[in-house]
Write a protein that binds this ligand. Structure first.
Ligand code: FES
Ligand code: FES
Length: 195
């Protein structure tokens, strides 16, 4: 029924719609995701995010939930090597793909160079944003290494130089409520210089 341009759903239709919606959410999808080098087959509701799958199903709680809506970067992981906000990615969208979280960066007892640089530069305070910062920096250094420009890159034809402004811009999706940026930027810079 449509009155004055507004669709009105009769109570019985609304009941049916909500029943079919909840049935759809009850339907589980089978996904295969390689996470930190380990294959996982998971039965998931299609609406579940990659972030909740990592934290709630797989107990990989290194990936943090901050805003849960793509604004803080605390949930940053690498999906097929590229950084993403895991709170904005449905787990079903990661089917057949590779995910690297903060738990998967180190090589046995050897920290990833970005992890080591964060320690060397004391680039954290409470540490809540740190896993996301580190994963983001790993992805960002890869992007810069491939010559991808950022919003502040002056010469699009040259290899980007990792200046303070470049790093700040490229890491701007990762917020630190402790304001540790003064040490995060040098940490990323030194990891970039060493890579
Ligand atoms: S928790 Fe994903 S961006 Fe904030
Ligand atoms: S170190 Fe506390 S939020 Fe960044």
């Amino acid at each position: 029924m449509v009155a004055a341009g507004v669709a009105i759903v009769a109570p019985t239709d609304a009941g049916n719609a909500s029943e079919s919606l909840s049935k759809r959410f009850e339907t589980l999808a089978t996904v295969h995701i390689e996470i930190n080098g380990v294959d996982h087959q998971l039965e998931l509701q299609p609406r579940v995010t990659l972030l909740d799958t990592l934290r709630e199903r797989l107990n990989l709680t290194g990936t943090k939930k901050g805003c849960n809506r793509g604004e803080c970067g605390a949930c940053t992981v690498l999906l097929d090597g590229r950084r993403v906000n895991a709170c904005l990615v449905l787990a079903v969208a990661a089917d057949g793909r590779k995910v690297t979280t903060i738990e998967g960066l180190a090589n046995g007892p050897h920290l990833h160079p970005v992890q080591q640089a964060f320690i060397d530069h004391d680039a954290f305070q409470c540490g809540y944003c740190t896993p996301g910062q580190v994963c983001s920096a790993v992805g960002m250094l890869r992007e810069a290494g491939r010559g991808w420009p950022s919003h502040v890159t002056a010469d699009l034809a040259a290899d980007p130089e990792l200046t303070e402004a470049e790093i700040a811009e490229r890491m701007s999706g990762n917020l630190c409520r402790c304001g540790a940026y003064v040490n995060i930027v040098p940490a990323v810079r030194s990891a970039g210089a060493a890579s």
